[in-house]
Design a protein around this ligand. Structure first.
Ligand code: IVH
Length: 687
């Protein structure tokens, strides 16, 4: 559907559309930044943002407090210590054509008041498709490293970054007392393929592309895992600096090279738009041969004085632009169309393709989105189709190239898994299976969601286990996970499960009986309730009992409880209806009663660790802890504001010693550092 022209929108329509866009953009931001699993192409995402900005400039009084134009990027994962960036980590505005680049050049000239003949030097650098990180050097030593997060607050991943050999540990004295280097953490294509092959052999998760693999590897709670992943780093910018190390971007990059950083070798210093565009074409021509993914070329004003003067507008610097490459495409034969049934019953057609390489990645499946899309494209099995892959997004079929001899695909009107009717709601593109709890496909997807990273996150229990356990009748519903201990024998009979792994899994499950309210709400898989909404509900309602009290009654749009939900800033009528529907469903109520008796759902408490017992303390863990893994202990300590280090010094505040702890305890005793046993440690955490 073509959106209504902005000039024809009434105030109410504009308000409603801004609300919709804020939600949709926040949703895609989360998929991209937090879950490393975007669903739409960058171009489509940019369109949403542009429409949002265009409506806002037409209706300035309607700009929302949570408008995407006021934010930079994704939310921060709750598991890592948060770090506020001394200088925000910005994103870049995009250019899609030579004209856009000319406009960029004109804008700069206008802003700086330069006459048209005056030369401006620009640096052209490949835009690496990885994730950005900032490295803080204090007195020449690498002291703190973080991800971008939402641009203002990132995740502290110092130890993980230390494992990357492209990142120097120390810099020469001319680096000054404080210097932040920013750049891109990425994984080479060849390393990505090798990693996936290893993951397959050890029956572990496959990464969908190098960017996901890099993000997943960097954001590991255990740096030992990161160390085993082949991560690399290209440096390209500075953050905070006590003294500037150059007056140009080019000079800055040359210095970084001398100090041992990797600077992209295709970087060029250009003096005209013609040179810039030829750098773009040259880099573009090399793109598929490069062993790392790039999705465009970034142009930066070389003169740092100019950069300072140009400054920032909303979320991007005025002095830089990303000239994007068109998405990569290839033609192949569409062998068949299969239907996938999701957690909420949505039927998604998936194109199974004759494998084809698109920009160095072998693609054998692509999404066809929904039945309207199949009709719009006019594709049928046997046809040759054009597929497109852009950055991270799931490849999609974009066009029918030539006809084969197959016949038209008939979109099923019944669920292919449970045979229940599959219906389309008026004005909706998706067809949904109505089988609910009776549909095995929906049930498995719900269970997978229940144990996923942002929900119960049970170590050792992955999506494949859920699928297998469900197929064998060991787990049918969420409560069965917590009753697995009664199925010990059945587990031990299975291939790959021994005494030790079974005990470990059961122990990990026990540890998750206690869960925060927001994780619990998210785990329920209520349609349109993602992590952000789950957090909002937890924060505003405080406890599970309150949610259960008001949500079912909210089905009546005149009820006070309906208004109560709607009044939560960030909750609209669609989400409110989904919540009310979920909580008034009898089967769900039964499940909630059961879960409530076997779990300890914690009331929401605003995190305020400032001044807590371990805030700012330096802790060392040694030996084996009974109640939690060392990694978890470390993560918990960091959540409460402590810093966990590996070796003991006079600065260490205390050592937590589990069983079989060795020389560290002796060293601590010799240095007079306080030693805690596991029980004392748990009591600090109030466990
Ligand atoms: S400069 C203030 N240079 O692109 C400008 N970014 O869309 C900050 N990126 O978050 C970024 N290669 O993750 C810059 N040579 C390059 C880059 C680059 C990749 C990424 C970076 C940034 C994103 C912005």
């Amino acid at each position: 559907m073509t959106p209504k022209p902005i000039s024809e929108l009434s105030d109410d329509e504009a308000r409603a559309e801004l609300e919709r866009l804020a939600k949709e953009i926040a949703y895609h931001d989360r998929l991209y930044h937090t879950e490393d699993a975007p669903e739409i192409l960058d171009g489509d995402y940019d369109k949403l943002r542009r429409r949002n900005e265009a409506i806002e400039s037409q209706f300035p009084t309607l700009v929302r407090a949570d408008s995407p134009s006021r934010k930079i990027g994704g939310a921060v994962s709750a598991r890592f210590k948060k770090v506020e960036h001394s200088i925000p980590m910005l994103s870049l505005s995009n250019a899609f054509s030579g004209n856009d680049v000319l406009e960029f050049d004109n804008r700069i000239r206008r802003f700086l008041g330069l006459e048209s003949g005056k030369k401006i030097h620009l640096v052209a650098e490949p835009k690496i498709d990885g994730l950005s990180a900032t490295l803080r050097y204090e007195r020449g030593q690498f002291a703190l490293g973080a991800t971008r997060g939402d641009g203002t607050v990132g995740e502290e991943v110092t130890q993980n970054l230390r494992t990357i050999s492209d990142i120097p540990n120390a810099l020469p004295p001319d680096a000054g007392s404080i210097l932040e280097i920013r750049g891109e953490v990425y994984m080479a294509k060849s390393d990505f393929h090798a990693l996936n092959a290893r993951q397959k052999t050890s029956k572990q998760k496959q990464f969908s592309n190098p960017r996901n693999a890099a993000a997943g590897s960097l954001r590991q709670l255990n740096p030992d895992i990161t160390a085993k992943r082949p991560l690399r780093f290209f440096a390209y910018n500075a953050g905070e600096q006590s003294s500037p190390i150059s007056d140009t971007q080019w000079g800055f990059l040359q210095t970084l090279k001398r100090w041992g950083f990797q600077v992209n070798p295709l970087t060029r210093r250009c003096t005209s738009i013609e040179e810039i565009l030829s750098a773009y074409n040259e880099i573009g021509a090399k793109r598929s041969e490069l062993d790392y993914e790039i999705d465009g070329v970034v142009y930066k004003v070389d003169n740092l004085d100019y950069q300072n003067r140009l400054g920032t507008v909303s979320r991007a610097p005025r002095w830089a632009v990303a000239h994007k490459f068109p998405a990569e495409q290839a033609d192949t034969v569409l062998d068949k169309i299969n239907i996938q049934v999701g957690r909420t019953g949505a039927l998604t057609p998936v194109a199974h393709l004759r494998p084809v390489s698109v920009g160095g990645v072998l693609v054998s499946r692509a999404t066809l989105h929904n039945e309207d899309e199949i009709e719009r494209l006019g594709v049928m099995p046997g046809d040759t189709v054009r597929i497109q892959r852009a950055g991270d997004v799931i490849p999609q079929v974009v066009q029918r190239v030539s006809a084969g001899c197959g016949k038209a695909f008939e979109f099923p009107t019944h669920c292919p898994v449970c045979r229940s009717a599959a219906v389309r709601e008026p004005d909706k593109a998706v067809r949904r299976c109505t089988g609910g709890f009776n549909c095995p496909a929906q049930t498995v997807e719900r269970l997978k969601h229940f144990i996923s990273r942002d929900a119960f996150d049970i170590e050792g229990l992955g999506a494949t286990h859920i699928k297998d356990f469900y197929a064998d009748g060991i787990i049918n519903k969420p409560t069965d996970i917590f009753n697995l201990k009664n199925q010990r024998k059945a587990l031990l009979c299975r291939d790959g499960w021994g005494e030790q792994s079974t005990s470990k899994l059961l122990q990990n499950i026990e540890e998750r009986r206690r869960i925060s309210l927001d994780r619990f709400i998210y785990a329920l898989g209520i349609p349109s309730v993602g992590r952000v909404t789950a957090k909002l509900l937890a924060k505003h309602l405080g406890c599970f009992a309150m949610l259960r009290e008001i949500a079912p009654a909210a089905i009546d749009t005149n009820a006070t409880s309906h208004q109560q939900l709607l009044s939560i800033d960030g909750l609209g009528p669609v989400v409110t209806k989904d919540i009310a529907d979920f909580f008034s469903n009898e089967k769900n109520q039964e499940l909630l009663d059961d879960l409530n008796t076997i779990l300890e759902i914690q009331d929401f408490s605003a995190p305020d660790f400032n001044g807590g017992p371990i805030y700012g303390k330096i802790i060392v863990f040694t030996g084996t802890l009974e109640k939690m893994s060392r990694n978890e202990a470390k993560a918990r300590a960091e959540e409460f504001g402590a810093r966990v280090t590996g070796s003991i010094s006079k600065k260490t505040d205390f050592v937590v010693a589990g069983s079989k702890s060795g020389t560290k305890v002796e060293k601590a005793a010799a240095l007079g550092v306080k030693i805690l046993n596991e029980k004392e440690w748990l009591s600090i955490l109030d466990i």
